[in-house]
Write a protein that binds this ligand. Structure first.
Ligand SMILES: Cc1cc2nc3c(=O)[nH]c(=O)nc-3n(C[C@H](O)[C@H](O)[C@H](O)COP(=O)(O)OP(=O)(O)OC[C@H]3O[C@@H](n4cnc5c(N)ncnc54)[C@H](O)[C@@H]3O)c2cc1C
Length: 433
């Protein structure tokens, strides 16, 4: 069976490795060169995924340090101390993707760089292959691992009832740069990793992190489009608050886009399946996009291998499993994200400074793990709630709706039945409209 993978994304490469190891003929087309693939900077990844997928990290990977969060308009950061083994891994993005490429090649997959896929071949409402270098390449399955702005998802959206476009509010626009420490400035002892929530009132996060190698890692991010004037002002203020930031860029210095919404309610069609950002599998702040994409690629390969089939029924099993393991939780996280981002800054400041929400809660929430409290913690949080009862009530209401959205997502039809799937899609999507 022949499988074409569009893009050397994490999910696509993981699937490529497993499928080719099990006798499938796999070819990955990547539009960029090996040097240009992914990013030149470091990012954090949730640690357990490497063990689960038996991936040995590249030598230059390292564990991350503690974080201090800064609530909106607050000058007082507060800290997150994590257990040593709970820390994430910081990896060099380009090196990591090239490692996945090597592993896929060693398993027998063919990888063609500098080769953009131009279009899908669609006949009789079924994807039959791709067009590359103006040539038709037929395949039994096309895996779309081409990222958030997949043009292929758009091409087949109508025939497979797949969400075509991503709303502005479902995209996190990010500027990322690693700069040298400014001359004469010392790295602060206690504020090495500062994360600002709703920086300058923008719906999003910004950060200034002093890396162990002496570089300063800066991020300015907001949900929706970031206008030039807004970005310049934020950068200026971030520099003023953190004089260690110089103008000398060593890595990055560019903008990126990250999906911040619940995953696609339909990721599959005849001859076609999506993984990773193309299926909106990311919920930042903490590293989830890379691990979710890797895990999705693994689940997809396992289902295909187990069933020795690429039928739409088999592909649907992949989606169900992804939802059960990871995806359904993101409906809850998405609901809370929407509530927090549209809430008044003073109220947000109170819930963080009073301890109603701690940094650990935030991390668990943003990585899709959900919120779990002991009875004592719950009592403490409730006691702090009285002062802002109106706001807290609206948070509780959002919490309940988030749980409802997650539960509905978990009710994903077990078997591929187009009518049942459409009905379920309409129900879940209505909760977010
Ligand atoms: C600034 C920034 C910071 C981030 N930080 C983190 C973090 O700390 N931790 C984390 O887990 N995630 C982070 N993410 C998210 C993470 O990058 C994504 O979730 C992850 O890369 C998704 O992987 P993917 O498998 O979907 O493929 P992608 O990494 O999106 O790769 C898609 C590939 O497809 C290729 N492609 C596109 N179109 C075509 C075509 N027509 N033909 C051939 N190839 C094509 C692209 O060149 C690319 O190589 C960050 C993202 C950004 C922008």
């Amino acid at each position: 069976m022949k499988i074409v993978i569009i893009g050397a994304g994490h999910g696509g490469l993981q699937a490529a490795k497993e499928l080719s190891k099990n006798g499938f003929e796999v070819i990955v087309y990547e539009k960029n060169s090996p040097q240009e693939v992914s990013y030149d900077w470091r990012d954090d990844v949730e640690p357990t995924v490497f063990e689960k997928l038996k991936i040995t990290l590249p030598d230059n990977s390292r564990k991350t340090s503690r974080t201090s969060f800064v609530a909106p308009f607050s000058e007082t950061p507060f800290y997150m101390e994590k257990e040593e083994n709970a820390n994430e891994w910081s990896i060099k993005r380009n090196a990591f993707v090239l490692l996945l490429v090597k592993l896929a090649q060693e398993s027998g997959a063919e990888i063609e760089f500098n080769t953009p896929v131009q279009k899908l071949i669609v006949e009789d409402n079924e994807v039959k292959g791709v067009i590359v270098n103006n040539k038709k390449i037929f395949a039994n399955l096309v895996i779309d691992s081409s990222g958030i702005d997949s043009v292929f998802r758009k091409e087949i959206a109508k025939i497979f009832n797949i969400t075509e476009n991503i709303d502005d509010n479902d995209v996190f626009t990010v500027y990322r740069a690693f700069v040298k420490t400014a001359d004469g400035e010392k790295l602060p002892e206690n504020h090495k990793k500062k994360v600002y929530l709703k920086y300058l009132g923008m719906p999003g996060i910004s950060w200034c992190i002093c890396e162990p190698d002496g570089l300063i890692n800066i991020l300015i991010g907001r949900v929706g489009e970031m206008h030039e004037r807004e970005f310049k002002n934020a950068l200026l203020k971030l520099k003023k608050a953190n004089p260690v930031i110089s103008d000398e860029i060593v890595m990055g210095g560019k903008f990126g886009r990250i999906p911040v919404r619940y995953p696609l309610t339909k990721m599959v069609g005849k001859g076609y399946v999506t993984v990773g950002d193309a299926a909106f599998m990311t919920i930042p702040i903490t590293g989830s996009g890379i691990s979710n994409s890797l895990r999705a690629g693994q689940i997809l390969a396992e289902e295909i291998i187990k069933n020795n089939s690429v039928s739409v029924e088999t592909l649907w099993k992949y989606q169900v499993k992804y939802y059960e393991e990871i995806g359904a939780e993101h409906f809850f996280v998405d609901y809370m994200k929407r509530t927090l981002l549209t809430s008044d800054n003073e109220n947000i400041k109170y819930i963080f400074e009073s301890g109603i929400i701690t940094e650990d809660d935030l991390c668990n929430f943003s990585s899709g793990k959900g919120l779990k409290f002991t009875p004592q913690e719950l009592m403490f949080k409730l006691s702090k709630c009285f002062k802002k009862s109106h706001f807290v009530m609206s948070l509780i209401s959002a919490l309940m709706k988030g749980i409802k959205a997650k539960n509905l997502a978990m009710k994903i039809p077990e078997k591929y039945d187009e009518e049942k799937i459409k009905l379920w899609q309409t129900k879940v999507e209505r909760l977010f409209s």
